[in-house]
Design a protein around this ligand. Structure first.
Ligand code: AMP
Ligand code: ZN
Length: 473
């Protein structure tokens, strides 16, 4: 089996192969940093994290680009309301996004282009579209894309192009699918834009980029830089981005380059609350920091999301999250047990067989359009059967540990306490060495101070005949 993914372009599950293996270029539409991202946003980002990690597990060399939308209708409005300059308003939310990303264990993208820092590329893209006659200046001074000049407009969202409103224009970043109009590439600077510092000079008039233009320009600029390419292997986002955002990205990019913009389009379904999309607008949202402040282990959030396929809607409830927490705890206990047994066990035996069978199922599940629920079911089956085998004294734990560790590289659902961050572990080792030194020179006050310092970060220590043991509680 090889990896197959559901491509929104064809509405089919297709075998995936990158243009220039082993390199895979992946662009994921990043957060709009007008406020904190909610866990609905993070459901999409975590589905993309699973994709990214499974591509790496499958031997691909992924180049991952995630943009930060730091100028658009929403960010400007939010900055104006807060009485701040745009970058002053967005900076703390960018910082918060990175903190939330780390809390949720998302693998960092290779680059995070920011819209406000990519304006020259956007201006060049508009110029190209004007030169090619697919863009025009409206009587309001903004630049629009003429969808009638791009015959395949509507292919991604399966729009009935007979419905196109020829010549009708829309300046807003978001509009409905039943109202396909020429959309703004570049919006003429308004006093409100100037007030927050969201206006740039351009040969075709002072203004600011439209949201769709930003993603086209940033993705094309980054894949040119990293890979001298004009076509992405994968482009992903939530289902609400199919129209107009991704449809418009395709139109702008392909009209400019004459090449396919992205070969695979992947879209994650919504996180809902009682059947309604989680959204700032509806007020039914939770942020990642809310969960962190409640002491929720990020592993539980990840496991909860993996237990529903990314193309199915998921209803968020406290009970489901608590249930995932129980699963995470079970995995942690199993991991500890296998680790203990691995030290004195053989590599061959019943456990090795169970682990090999699991690995086959795990791959088959994820190869099948990232079927994480099936991969998780196989994981819990392994835990169940391997525990029974361990009860019976079966050998092979060392091999099972290797397989389990590899699966965790993808799912990453062990309890945080058992999955100590490498930086924290180094710091703990360093503190323990300092405490040993203090104790040897009979500076017990300093030794106690270091013990308290460790306790302050949740680290318990115990002096044993074989040295000081530590654990994070
Ligand atoms: P935004 O910050 O609004 O640009 O959205 C960031 C990402 O979150 C986009 O890919 C959206 O499609 C996605 N998104 C927004 N709401 C939800 C939700 N309730 N469930 C899943 N994904 C969402
Ligand atoms: Zn985008």
């Amino acid at each position: 089996m090889t990896l197959a993914l559901y491509n929104t372009l064809s509405r089919r599950v297709e075998p995936f192969a990158p243009l220039a293996p082993p390199r895979v270029t992946l662009y994921t539409c990043g957060p709009t940093v007008w406020n904190y991202a909610h866990i609905g946003n993070f459901r999409t980002f975590l589905f993309e994290d699973l994709l990214r990690r499974y591509l790496a597990y499958s031997g691909y060399d992924v180049f991952h680009i995630m943009n930060l939308t730091d100028v658009d209708d929403r960010t400007i409005k939010a900055a104006a309301t807060a009485g701040k300059r745009l970058e002053e308003h967005t900076a703390p939310f960018i910082q918060a996004f990175f903190e939330d990303r780390d809390y949720l264990r998302m693998t960092p993208a290779h680059v995070y282009p920011r819209a406000t820092q990519s304006v020259p590329a956007m201006i060049r893209l508009v110029e190209r579209l004007l030169e090619r006659g697919v863009a025009y200046k409206g009587d309001d001074g903004s630049i629009y894309f003429a969808i009638a000049k791009f015959p395949s407009y509507g292919r991604l969202s399966r729009l009935d192009t007979r419905e196109l409103k020829i010549g009708a224009r829309v300046a807003s970043d978001e509009y409905a699918k039943d109202d396909p109009r020429d959309f703004a590439l570049w919006k003429k600077a308004e006093p409100a834009d100037e007030q927050v510092g969201a206006a740039w000079d351009a040969p075709f008039g002072r203004g600011r980029p439209g949201w769709h233009l930003e993603c086209s320009a940033m993705s094309l600029e980054q894949i040119e830089k990293c890979c001298r390419a004009e076509t992405l292997d994968l482009h992903a986002g939530g289902v609400d981005l199919i129209f107009p955002h991704h449809e418009d990205e395709i139109a702008q990019s392909e009209a400019a380059t004459g090449k396919p913009f992205a070969r695979f389009w992947l879209h994650g379904e919504f996180l809902n609350v009682r059947g309604t999309k989680m959204s700032k607008r509806f007020g039914n949202f939770l942020t990642a920091r809310d969960l962190r402040d409640q002491g929720v282990d990020a592993a539980a959030v990840r496991l909860l999301f993996w237990q529903t396929h990314y193309r199915k809607a998921l209803d968020f409830t406290d009970e489901a999250l608590a249930g995932a927490g129980v699963g995470v705890k079970r995995l942690g206990e199993f991991y500890e047990r296998v680790k203990r047994e691995a030290g004195n066990g053989k590599r061959e035996g019943r456990l090795a067989e169970l682990a090999a069978a699991f690995e086959t199922d795990f791959r088959a599940a994820l190869d099948d359009d990232l079927n994480a629920p099936r991969a998780c079911a196989a994981l819990f089956e392994l835990v169940h059967e391997a525990n029974a085998a361990l009860d019976a004294g079966a050998p092979g734990a060392a091999a099972a540990l290797g397989v389990f560790d590899r699966a965790m590289q993808v799912l990453d659902v062990l309890p945080t306490a058992k999955r100590v961050d490498a930086g924290l572990a180094r710091w703990i080792e360093d503190r323990i060495a300092a405490r040993d030194k203090a104790r040897k020179s009979k500076d017990f006050k300093e030794a106690d101070r270091i013990r308290a310092e460790l306790a302050g970060r949740g680290v318990e220590i115990e002096d044993t005949p074989s040295g000081t043991q530590w654990r994070v509680v």
